[in-house]
Write a protein that binds this ligand. Structure first.
Ligand SMILES: Nc1ncnc2c1ncn2[C@@H]1O[C@H](COP(=O)(O)OP(=O)(O)OP(=O)(O)O)[C@@H](O)[C@H]1O
Length: 265
């Protein structure tokens, strides 16, 4: 699927501000993997996603999708097969357009003639898909998205991304800006979609228990490196305490992240 080979990212190379944000990462993401990514402040989690999404080009190394070298493919091109959701719930959908129009544009990739072609069949299809969110949005298809809550917007972004069936989805703390109840709803939906549609996904989270509970693989990053990986039974046996201990054993220092949620709840 996606493979990173000896990837390093050095920001401001050769200047006094030189910053080796990613150091020689090798990672194979297999089809169907749901990988949670945790790490201390500035560990390089978002930079890793930026490299995979094509927002930035690695200083060293290469990135491959199904054996095709995509290292130099620009972000807009990769967006056709890599979906990404950010923390800000307003980013994934257009506020000044109706729910129906937002869905149409995503579904047909923005062709101008779409509005006219929004026929009964397609409207019914959207309605059925929206029911899955259990937020009552199927009866609000004509409303502008500016009227929807952050949780509803993020659930819609997720659904619209799923409809486009990307090869890989990158979830960049996509529930962090939501209140705990909505965060839980969106996370459950994420998990449901990933399972039902056999999607391949990577999810950055600051909630350690979510990182343990969801997905089949877990990566722990620090200072631009993947310092610990767990999957299958080993991952299932993890607890927040064990993860913190692991970090301590490997790095001989305590896990520092002011936003990390360490509770086991
Ligand atoms: N565009 C950039 N230019 C220069 N330095 C950058 C850039 N993007 C990230 N960095 C630096 O790279 C390092 C890794 O940052 P990154 O945002 O990937 O960390 P993170 O693990 O996502 O952190 P956090 O959990 O705090 O969001 C940091 O030192 C950061 O300042």
């Amino acid at each position: 699927m996606i493979e990173l080979k000896n990837v390093s990212m050095i920001f401001n190379q050769g200047t006094v501000n030189e910053n080796p944000a990613i150091s020689n990462i090798n990672l194979k993401v297999r089809e169907g993997d749901f990988i949670t990514v945790i790490g201390s402040n500035g560990a390089g989690k978002s930079t890793l996603f930026n490299l995979i999404a094509g927002t930035i080009v690695p200083t060293v190394g290469s990135i491959h999708l199904n054996d095709r070298n995509i290292t130099r493919d620009p972000e807009y091109k990769r967006a056709q097969y890599i979906g990404r959701i950010f923390q800000n719930p307003l980013l994934g959908t257009a506020s000044n357009m109706s729910l129906e129009d937002n869905m149409t544009i995503t579904y047909k990739k923005g062709f101008k003639w779409l509005k006219r072609s929004l026929n009964h069949k397609m409207r019914e299809f959207f309605r059925t898909e929206l029911v899955q969110l259990r937020m009552g949005l199927e009866v609000r298809m004509k409303e502008n998205l500016a009227l929807f809550s952050g949780g509803q917007r993020q659930a819609l972004t997720l659904l619209m991304m799923v409809l486009s069936r990307p090869d890989l989805i990158l979830l960049d703390e996509h529930t962090a800006a939501l209140d705990p109840k909505n965060a839980e709803i969106v996370l459950e939906l994420t998990n449901k979609f990933i399972q039902e549609y056999s999607l391949t996904a990577m999810m950055i989270t600051h909630n350690m228990s979510h990182a343990i509970e969801y997905g089949n693989r877990l990566l722990m990053m620090d200072k631009g490196e993947i310092i610990f990986e767990a999957e299958g039974e080993e991952k299932k046996a993890l607890t927040v305490e064990k993860l913190i201990d692991k970090f301590h054993q490997i790095r001989h220092k305590s896990f520092e992240n002011d936003r990390t949620l360490l509770s086991d709840e």
